[in-house]
Design a protein around this ligand. Structure first.
Ligand code: NDP
Ligand code: 2IT
Length: 451
């Protein structure tokens, strides 16, 4: 390859790589894998970079549904089937007003390498819609999900593409989507994961991503010979599925998680976040975090609008370990510098790409133990694959069995990432380790499968 950096610029200009967040995710990977690409001509010969940075296909469709006032509403639906070298396309669906093709390409691209790191037979995909579930009645969400599946069902199947949840898509939405798929196809099969337990869901899938992040962090801290989380102050962003369960597992280990956030503000509760109240507010009532302080005078609520441009209140709180679990680019360079100044030891990403490129570089330069999303949050998709296995075999595993397998998976990912970093001369750099290990497996499969 003549000039690697020029080649990256060229990839940015391909029509399949037009979006900022997608390029951010892609550039990080391409820079990490340079030593591998330069050392073996086969990747260039088989045009792996060009093939891996362009989705196999992008499906885009109209979703038309009726709201409770019988008004016609129109949204856009997507499924980005990125790469199936290792197994059926696999990845979540996001329902959020910001969803567009670029965001789903970034998420789908990350998913390929994340799924590869799990060691399980799953390819990478992502989908969703610009539909906003907030403020909608259950019947409106149901009608939207039915309309969405009317189109999506043509492209998915248990051996083809298996969607799951992500932001705005939890057990309720997966249930409605599954019901519609079943009705249209007259089949009862594991075409979606994250299903409620009563009809084919796996125990522990709701907990898996958050618990997995903490299992990964424990292993990383031990590998890097740092103190464990017991008794340590931790900060967490987000108040959804991933954040809630990361907070829960931190409590199990004797840590003290003191924050959570939603799109409107941050809660800082120095006594430790009240997990029961958080579940009630966010899972049952879908309410704003502002309500937390009504019953908890010890806590402070800081509205997002009150914090200076370029920084976030949650990352200004002193902590041993920080866990960004809300959304992409929510932790900036300014936030990273504040965390470092305040003595943070570890940062583990529960959300997908929550740290900006500049923030990651600051962490790496300061030798913070930094666990990138594609390694740290792979527990969710790993348990999704366990759900696929259970469905295919018509079995139900116990909570303990799934938890043990999740723990082992996270430990194995951590070990593999850390060893790969060492092998490539970047010991302690889990970003490069994850990118190289994830890429190598997919690329080698693509070469073996021919063009
Ligand atoms: P949820 O929808 O359950 O929760 C999302 C949380 O993030 C909410 O607290 C929400 O606030 C907040 N949030 C969403 N968008 C924004 C935004 N633009 N600005 C500020 N806050 C925002 O989603 P999950 O917990 O499932 O997902 C969180 C992250 O984890 C995402 O990056 C997702 O891709 C990633 N992830 C999820 C997995 C899973 O299994 N669910 C697996 C691996 C990664 P509000 O309540 O106000 O909307
Ligand atoms: O980003 C992710 O890994 C997810 N949203 C979960 C994907 C899955 O298929 O369980």
């Amino acid at each position: 390859m003549k000039n690697y950096k020029d080649e990256i610029k060229k990839l940015k200009n391909l029509n399949c790589a037009e979006d900022d967040v997608f390029f951010q995710a892609m550039e990080e990977v391409l820079l990490s894998i340079e030593p591998l690409i330069s050392s073996d001509k086969k990747y260039e010969k088989y045009a792996i970079l060009e093939r891996l940075t362009c989705p196999d296909r992008v499906i885009k469709f109209q979703v038309t549904w009726l709201n409770d006032k019988n008004e016609v509403k129109v949204n856009t639906g997507y499924r980005v089937q990125f790469n199936n070298a290792l197994g059926p396309y696999k990845g979540g669906l996001r329902f959020h007003p910001t969803v567009n093709e670029g965001i789903l390409k970034f998420l789908g691209f990350e998913q390929i390498l994340k799924n590869s790191l799990t060691g399980l037979p799953i390819g990478g995909a992502k989908g969703g819609s610009d539909f906003n579930p907030k403020g909608k009645s259950d019947f409106e969400v149901m009608k939207f999900c039915s309309a969405f599946m009317t189109e999506l069902h043509k492209y998915i199947g248990p051996r083809i593409d298996v969607p799951a949840g992500d932001i705005g898509v939890g057990g309720r939405e997966i249930g409605f989507l599954f019901g519609e798929y079943k009705k249209i196809t007259s089949t009862y099969e594991g075409v979606l994961t994250g299903k409620p337990f009563v009809f084919g869901g796996s125990l522990m899938r709701p907990e898996a991503t958050g618990y997995g992040v903490i299992y990964f962090t424990e292993t990383m801290l031990a590998t890097e010979q740092k103190e464990d989380l017991k008794g340590k102050i931790c900060t967490v962003s987000g108040a959804g599925n991933v954040a809630l369960h990361a907070i829960e597992k931190l409590f199990h280990l004797g840590a003290i998680p003191v924050t959570c956030t939603d799109s409107k503000g941050t809660i800082y509760d120095p006594r430790g976040v009240d997990i029961a109240l958080l579940k009630e507010l966010k899972l049952e009532r879908r309410a704003s975090l502002e309500e937390y302080t009504k019953t908890h005078e010890s806590a402070t609520y800081i509205p997002t609008s009150e914090y200076p441009e370029g920084g976030h209140a949650v990352w200004a709180i002193e902590c041993y370990a920080a866990f960004p679990c809300a959304t992409q680019n929510e932790l900036t360079e300014l936030d990273a510098k504040t965390l470092i100044k305040n003595g943070v030891i570890a940062v583990a990403e529960g959300a997908n790409m929550p740290s900006t490129t500049e923030a990651i570089n600051a962490f790496l330069k300061a030798k913070i133990c930094f666990a990138p999303a594609k390694a740290a949050n792979a527990g969710g998709v790993a348990v999704s694959e366990f759900e696929m296995s259970q469905n295919a075999a018509m079995q139900k595993w116990t909570f303990e069995k799934v938890d043990e397998k999740l723990k082992q998976t996270m430990q194995q990912i951590c070990k593999r990432v850390s060893l790969t970093a060492k092998d490539y001369g970047v010991e302690g750099n889990y970003v490069d380790g994850a990118n190289i290990a994830g890429f190598k497996k997919v690329a080698d499969a693509m070469i073996a499968e021919g063009i």
